[in-house]
Design a protein around this ligand. Sequence first.
Ligand SMILES: CC(C)(COP(=O)(O)OP(=O)(O)OC[C@H]1O[C@@H](n2cnc3c(N)ncnc32)[C@H](O)[C@@H]1OP(=O)(O)O)[C@@H](O)C(=O)NCCC(=O)NCCS
Length: 177
Amino acid sequence: MSAALQPFADGNWPDVPVMPVLPNGWSIGRMSALDLAAVSEIEHRAYSHPWTRGNFENSLKAGHLGLTLRDPTHTLVGYAVLMPVVDEMHLLNITIDPRRQRQGLGRMLLAVTLATSHDHRLHTMLLEVRPSNVGAIALYEEAGFAEIGRRRGYYPAGAQGREDALVLRRGWLAEEA
Ligand SMILES: CC(C)(COP(=O)(O)OP(=O)(O)OC[C@H]1O[C@@H](n2cnc3c(N)ncnc32)[C@H](O)[C@@H]1OP(=O)(O)O)[C@@H](O)C(=O)NCCC(=O)NCCS
C-alpha cells in the first residue's frame, strides 16, 4: 500500500465532508459484537489507558455508531466510535492498529467519520484529545478542527496523575451539501 494514502485527490480536506473513495479491496463496516475481540486487541496495544471490552459493548448498546476499517485481506486495521448528541456528533474513539499507523489510514478513517456525520445531518463534530497526543492533534488540525476549550484533569495519566483534555471542534454548513 502507498505510504501516502490520501482520501481526497487534491490532498485538501473539503469544506463540506464527502465520503472518501477507499482504495481497492478496503472496506468500512458497522462495528458489531463480533468485532470486539479484534477491536479490544488493537485498543490495548494502542493506548496507555485503553477502553475495556465492556466500554465498547456499552457504547454499542447505547446506540453509538461504531465503524470498522478493514484492509483487502479483511483484517481489522482501525475503528471509530461516534455518538450523536442533539445536533452534534462526538468522536469518542478513533484508533489505527499501531502496526499500521503513519500510512494515511487515520486520515482516511477520520474523513469517513466526518462524512458519516454529514450523512446523519449533523454538521458539527466534537472530540477530546490529550495535549500530549501531538500526532492526533496534527491530524485533527489538518482536517480543520480547532481548539474550543480544555477540560482540566479529564484523563487518567501515569502514577495516579491526570492529564487535561483539549476539546476540538469542526463545523461546516448544511446548505453546501
Ligand atoms: C491518531 C491516529 C488515529 C492517527 O492514525 P494514523 O493512521 O497513524 O495517521 P495518518 O497516517 O493518517 O496521519 C495523517 C497525518 O496526521 C499527522 N500524524 C499522524 N500521526 C502522527 C505522529 N505520530 N506524529 C506526528 N504527526 C502525526 C501527520 O500530519 C500525518 O501526515 P503525514 O504522515 O503525511 O505526515 C493513530 O496514531 C492512533 O490510532 N493513535 C493511537 C490512538 C489515538 O491516540 N487516537 C486518538 C485519540 S484522540
